[in-house]
Design a protein around this ligand. Structure first.
Ligand code: PMP
Length: 329
């Protein structure tokens, strides 16, 4: 019989899918790595598994322990999934900009969720970083700290990078990914540089206003990417280039991905694809661009895929609508 012992054993080995309509007319193929095929629905399953295993190996996480982490949802799902198998309790701390759908998902997996204000600096007592730090001081609690845990980029060095290299038979020339903790781009990017003797170019995609693209941490709406501080999981020597993308372009492209490629994905995916398309204006027929799409779109139905929400921010211009019932086509 062909079955997995546990759903957590199915993390990784996600497919590459070529962008057709959106990549049409370009000489360079753009291949998207679809991370919603992970069992928890996002790229974060990879780091959850490796961070928990590493903490068990080091003795930081012991039987009956509680995992506490500030997470925008995806890391929480991955941690909750692995924790369930291994018998750990989970408490997650989220900023209030995170969609209610995402929080409900965490609770469905049996986790407890604490919601904190987004519009305060990280050092503020009510920030989701501070609140999770206070919780983590309690006996039996372990904080994976995805922003400062080498198992995060390591999981991408060990899995995401090698998968992309094998799937493209070593023909990848450019890797594009959004930057949140920096784990994906630093780990997969480092692997792709190592295996290609530095030939593969690594291109970060970042929301306008975030520190990675030279901003000061100005608020933006796209979730899961961009920062207002420099996490240690981000390797400063990896990115050859960083492309800043506006919320309007990120969300517009996210809707186009659903409408034209049948890829119902999250806002950070639209951001990464917008950056990949800008890059493809400068690349040629011998190049192969791989762009990583971190999660699926179902957690964003009341935001990116809701016309009223989009219109309330002025994002619903004809260029960005991705089509709607009212369009005259
Ligand atoms: N997109 C989404 C939706 C995410 O949750 C994350 C993780 N914060 C990222 C992109 C960025 O990935 P990383 O943390 O590896 O830089």
């Amino acid at each position: 019989m062909d079955y997995a012992e546990h759903v957590a054993d199915l993390v990784g080995s996600t497919p590459l899918v070529k962008l057709n309509a959106l990549g049409g007319g370009l000489s360079t193929p753009i291949l998207s790595k679809i991370e919603y095929f992970n069992p928890g629905g996002s790229v974060k399953d990879r780091i959850a598994l490796r961070m928990i295993e590493a903490a068990e190996e080091s003795g930081e996480l012991r039987a009956g322990g509680t995992i506490v982490e500030p997470t925008s949802g995806n890391t929480g799902v991955g941690l909750a999934m692995v924790a369930q198998r291994k018998g750990y309790r989970c408490v997650f701390v989220c900023p209030d900009k995170v969609s209610e759908d995402k929080r409900n998902v965490l609770e469905a997996y049996g986790a407890e969720v604490v919601v904190c204000p987004t519009a305060v600096p990280p050092e503020h007592a009510e920030s989701y970083y501070s609140v999770s730090d206070r919780l983590a001081e309690q006996e039996g609690y372990w904080k994976p700290n995805q922003y400062n845990n080498s198992a995060n980029p390591e999981s991408h060095y060990n899995t995401t990078g090698p998968e992309i290299w094998e799937q493209t038979e070593g023909r990848i020339t450019h890797f594009v990914a959004g930057i949140g903790t920096g784990g994906t781009i630093s780990g997969a990017g480092r692997y792709l540089k190592d295996v290609s003797d530095g030939r593969v170019r690594i291109v970060g995609a970042d929301p306008e206003g975030s520190v990675y693209s030279g901003g000061k941490g100005r608020p933006y709406l796209v979730e899961g990417v961009g920062e207002d501080f420099w996490p240690t999981t981000y390797d400063h020597d990896i990115c050859d280039e960083i492309i800043a993308v506006s919320d309007a372009d990120s969300f517009g492209m996210t809707r186009q991905l659903a409408h034209e490629e049948a890829l119902l994905v999250g806002g950070s995916c639209g951001m990464a694809v917008a950056a990949a398309l800008r890059l493809a204006e400068r690349t040629g027929p011998d190049d192969v661009i791989v762009v990583l799409l971190p999660d699926g779109g179902r957690g964003y139905l009341t935001k990116v895929f809701n016309d009223s929400w989009m219109a309330s921010y002025g994002f619903l211009s004809p260029d960005h609508s991705g089509g709607s019932v009212g369009d005259v086509l």
